[in-house]
Write a protein that binds this ligand. Structure first.
Ligand code: NPW
Ligand code: ADP
Ligand code: K
Length: 501
């Protein structure tokens, strides 16, 4: 699988290199042909339905014109909406325009109110969008939201920043496509922040460029390949001590649920022994999950346990002391929730974390990340990749920046964008499950990078599996995730070992 993601600047450089080797117009022709093939696939047996193509003033519009010409040649009723007042077309877009005009493509300059289409194609703007959509382009993008047919975006949904996954410009809007065919290489903004809502299903069309000639990507999609080497089948000659201990430290008064969810997730993800070390009053046993061993946090011996600090931990002096002790230890750490808020409030604790070196995974959601970087959550979301990079660099830890298209970053700048998961996870406690799962993988000997990448991917895949069974996205609960995590993890291990007797 090609999992590489390139920034707009990188794609421009790749494009320039390719152009130098090819006859003028070749890339646009290939883009139009590939998009037309995809359109036919999306139409399936309904080739009698008309296709509407919106063509903008730049080369994205040129792709749409080229595509319209190809579709018309195959007998499709293709209509191009080419808003009036277009500026001068590039030479290749002008050629595409002439080809479309020469065939049976219909041209309109306003959207008919009662038009019924089998497919609408968004070829308004691609990677050349320089400012927020305005005027008629903004109106057209908004109208596409009401289409009852598939909407195929060419290269990038118009209005979306392909680097960040956010609409371009303050108060900007972007087309919401059901499908995107993106050219030359995949782009991070199609997979994170608002990107998944705007891009829909993403297909990459390399336009004949050999992927082997591409430079090092800005980021990659998270996939099982990242953590495959850690997917080990269990040995008969093993015991609970072989799979590590996880201690979840949290649970200040009135906040027992969060550490319990993390502890259950650790258990279902295969940790040998799981402790819940509570700062506040706590029961002696979890009657649903009696395997969890309760301790009072002050009495917990860290030993060589993997520590998951933060779920429901609060901001007391004791919480701060435990965090400082954990940071000074050599134990593998997952820092979540209140542990992150304490870190954000204390330059001294941040310095200890940075001094610590490897072995810590931080799992902030955007607001926690904002506190850590001293900015707003909106600033984090405006460029999630930059935020994840900066946090990993400043803390020296592996950073998981949560939310749709979760990012996993490490201090050397390596970045993953997670493609699994769904909005069923937008429910209280799902982050606690992620922290516990990550702790269990660390306890079983996975290095921090693989544990973070694996936990994020598996957590999302578990939620996807629940949705497939009708359990969510609406009403999915965090408590349902651990068993789904277990199912996914066992499947991955089975598949990794396939072929072995
Ligand atoms: N990369 C590749 O290899 C290949 C790329 N190809 C295709 O080319 C696309 C990139 O083409 P592109 O550079 O012409 O940019 P594009 O997105 O069409 O828009 C730029 C135009 O819009 C204008 N403009 C900008 N913002 C505006 C706004 N808010 N409101 C109004 N106008 C605005 C801007 O003019 P400006 O006013 O800024 O001077 C300019 O005229 C790429 O996404 C892909 O589809 C393929 O053909 C083959 C291979
Ligand atoms: N819309 C979404 N799509 C995909 N994943 C999501 C979405 N919303 C939340 N998540 C995931 O759910 C988890 C929520 O974590 P967090 O915000 O810490 O919640 P809590 O504190 O309630 O546990 C994270 O792993 C996040 O990436
Ligand atoms: K587009």
């Amino acid at each position: 699988m090609d999992d590489t993601l390139y920034t707009v600047a990188q794609v421009r450089a790749i494009e320039a290199g390719a152009r130098a080797q090819l006859a003028p117009g070749t890339l646009m022709r290939r883009a139009g042909e590939a998009a037309a093939r995809y359109a036919l696939e999306l139409l399936g047996g309904r080739r009698d339905l008309p296709v509407l193509l919106l063509a903008g003033p730049g080369n994205n519009g040129g792709d749409a014109l080229e595509m319209a010409a190809v579709l018309a040649d195959t007998g499709i009723d293709a209509t191009v909406l080419f808003p009036p007042g277009q500026r001068e077309l590039s030479e290749e877009a002008a050629d595409a325009h002439a080809r479309a005009r020469a065939g049976t493509v219909g041209f309109i300059d306003m959207l008919p109110p009662d038009g019924e289409w089998g497919l609408v194609v968004d070829g308004l703007f691609g990677i050349g969008l320089a400012r927020a959509l305005e005027g008629e382009y903004r109106d057209l993008a908004a109208l596409l939201a009401d289409m009852r047919c598939p909407v195929l975006a060419l290269d990038v949904p118009s209005g979306l920043d392909a680097d960040t996954g956010m609409p371009v410009g303050p108060d900007g809007i972007a087309v919401r496509a059901t499908h995107t065919i993106t050219f030359l290489a995949d782009k991070p903004g199609l997979h994170t922040a608002d990107g998944r809502d705007h891009a829909g299903l993403v297909r990459v069309e390399a336009l004949g460029i050999d992927p082997a000639t591409l430079p090092e990507p800005a980021a990659r999609l998270d996939s099982r390949a990242v953590f495959a080497r850690c997917l080990q089948a269990r040995r008969h000659g093993s015991h609970k001590g072989s799979y590590g201990d996880v201690a979840v430290i949290g649970g200040a008064e009135g906040m027992l649920g969060a550490p319990l969810l993390a502890a259950r997730a650790a258990l279902y993800a295969g940790a040998g022994r799981v402790f819940a070390a509570m700062l506040g009053p706590h029961p002696g046993v979890d009657s649903v999950q009696p395997e969890i061993m309760f301790r009072t946090a002050a009495e917990l011996a860290f030993g060589s346990r993997t520590l998951v600090l933060g779920p429901g931990m609060g901001g007391s002096a004791e919480a701060m002391r435990l965090l400082a002790q954990a940071l000074d230890s050599t134990n593998a750490l997952v820092l979540d929730a209140d542990a992150l808020n304490l870190l954000a409030a204390s330059p001294e604790l941040m310095a200890r974390l940075a001094r610590r070196g490897a072995g810590a995974v931080l799992t902030p959601h955007p607001l926690e990340a904002a506190r850590l970087l001293g900015v707003t959550a909106a600033t984090i979301q405006a460029d999630r990749l930059a935020a994840a990079r900066s946090l990993a660099e400043r803390t020296g830890a592996v950073v998981v920046l949560k939310g749709s298209g979760t990012l996993v970053g490490r201090p050397d700048g390596t970045l993953l964008v997670n493609p699994t998961g769904n909005p069923g996870l937008a429910t209280g406690g799902s982050g606690d499950v992620l922290a516990g799962l990550c702790g269990a993988l660390l306890a079983q000997g996975w290095p921090a990078w693989e544990a973070a990448a694996g936990a994020v991917w598996i957590h999302g895949a578990a939620a996807d599996w629940l949705v497939e069974q009708g359990i969510g996205p609406i009403g999915m609960t965090a408590g349902e995730l651990p068993a789904a995590v277990r199912a996914v993890l066992n499947r991955l291990v089975r598949e990794a070992g396939a072929g072995r007797p």
